[in-house]
Design a protein around this ligand. Structure first.
Ligand SMILES: *Cc1c(COP(=O)(O)O)cnc(C)c1O
Length: 430
């Protein structure tokens, strides 16, 4: 099995110790299931490795955008992580969940004036400033409110993480951050340092997502530490926080590798400590911002099969009662997924098909080229590793309501996000 929270019992797929068909019958489909213990274990793995290898000041921030609803923030808060947020919506959700906002870092390449003011009013601890215009916008709003806002500066190290273009963010020509290579990041620092209502406490970068290559974070850290040394030697600036972003890849299919994240963190820490000593700069509090690797393998989606279409001599289509509205990742990135027929895990896989959604879009595919047992209308399908960037990217295309999230734990199953109703979808129609 691709993850240790998946098991087969009497031919039935179990997830987090629960029978998946029983949950589908109880809560209906499409349905997101989340394994609470797995989320907590992933948080703990990061916390432990970060403090063990980088010291007590190190902090893991959960990247909210991967999966955002109130219960998530309660779990993350419980586990002692910080968060990164990118919109007033995420700030509001976290604040309503009682998250300690002084541990929130506000990201995004285009924070509106309303976002900035809203986040300051909610007591967001740190702003990660994306560009010079934004720097002045934050300064003006902080001045108006009579506060001093702690900020990190987002810079681009010019690293190609060898991932998909759509999720590569650290290259010089990225829409995020200010490039080091062109000298603009140094100017950015100088403008920032002169502003009276901002306290510049660190630097941030994020090179991309689904990173598997061994040396990506070392190459990134090298550029960042050298830039820190330059600011230190030229201007006496001490970088208190160095945030290296998120991005560790996860396994979506049996054939893919597993990143040993704790080991990677230990290797990165060794590399950085040695280089910081060589450069003769104080070692910063290191932050990482994982999203996907906290929640991806804690999620599983259940669907009901509708039509099974066999186009003679061509291909077979199995349509499910969800699709790109609950999981747009194949349409966006050609993402890989593992699909099971959860009621017949031991039946021979004789049906070669594309598993497709119900939306009016040919690319509304959950996964092409899948081998499954023979299927009929009313059978169930399970799609694994859907915890990250599924619910978070859900849409209302074709006016399909959002699916609910059921949280599974040793205390039982409980609804964390209710199924959206048809009336809720029209409530803002005037
Ligand atoms: C997307 C993103 C993350 C999280 O990336 P994952 O691949 O989900 O770990 C962290 N930081 C920033 C700035 C991001 O844009």
């Amino acid at each position: 099995m691709i993850a240790t929270n998946l098991k087969i019992k009497d031919g039935v797929l179990e997830f987090a110790g629960f029978s998946t068909p029983a949950l589908a019958r109880k809560y209906g489909t499409p349905l997101y299931l989340m394994d609470e213990q797995r989320i907590r274990d992933n948080c703990r793995m990061y916390q432990k490795a970060m403090t063990e290898f980088f010291g007590e000041k190190a902090l893991t921030l959960y990247a909210s955008k991967a999966l955002c609803f109130k219960r998530m923030y309660e779990i993350v808060s419980d586990e002692g992580l910080g968060i990164d947020v990118v919109s007033s919506g995420e700030v509001h959700t976290a604040a309503k969940a009682g998250f300690p906002m002084e541990k929130a870092f506000f990201h995004g390449n285009n924070k509106t004036d309303e976002d900035i003011a809203f986040a300051m009013d909610r007591g967001v601890g740190y702003f990660v400033v994306d560009n010079v215009e934004e720097l002045y916008a934050i300064e003006h709003i902080a001045e108006r409110k009579g506060v001093t806002q702690k900020c990190l500066l987002r810079v681009t190290p010019g690293i190609d993480p060898h991932t998909y273009d759509a999720v590569a963010t650290g290259k010089v020509d990225s829409k995020f951050g200010v490039p080091i290579e062109t000298g603009q990041a140094e100017e950015f620092y100088n403008y920032a340092a002169a502003l009276p209502h901002l306290e510049i406490v660190g630097l941030h970068c994020h090179v991309g997502s689904m990173v598997f290559d061994e040396d990506v974070y070392e190459r990134t850290a090298q550029i960042m530490l050298e830039f820190m040394a330059k600011l230190h030697d030229k201007y006496g600036f001490v970088t208190q926080f160095l945030d290296l972003g998120g991005g560790y890849g996860v396994r979506y299919r049996e054939s893919e590798g597993v990143v040993d994240i704790a080991y990677r963190i230990s290797a990165l820490a060794d590399f950085m400590k040695e280089l910081a000593a060589q450069l003769n700069i104080p070692f910063p509090a290191v932050l990482l911002e994982p999203g996907r690797s906290i929640v991806a393998d804690a999620g599983l989606t259940m669907y009901t099969v509708g039509s099974v279409k066999r186009i003679k001599g061509y291909k077979n289509y199995v349509s499910v009662d969800g699709g790109m509205t609950d999981n747009p990742r194949y349409a966006l990135y050609r993402s890989q997924y593992t699909v099971f027929a959860p009621e017949r895990m031991e039946a021979p896989p004789t049906l070669h098909c594309d598993v497709v959604g119900r939306c009016c879009e040919s690319d509304d595919i959950i996964q092409p080229d899948v081998w499954l047992p023979e299927l009929r209308r009313g059978d169930l399908l399970a799609v694994c590793t859907t915890g990250a960037y599924n619910y978070a990217m859900a849409s209302h295309y074709n006016r399909i309501p959002n699916a609910p999230i059921v949280m599974l734990s040793s205390k039982g199953a409980s609804v964390a996000v209710k199924r959206e109703t048809l009336d809720q979808m029209i409530k803002n129609d005037a």
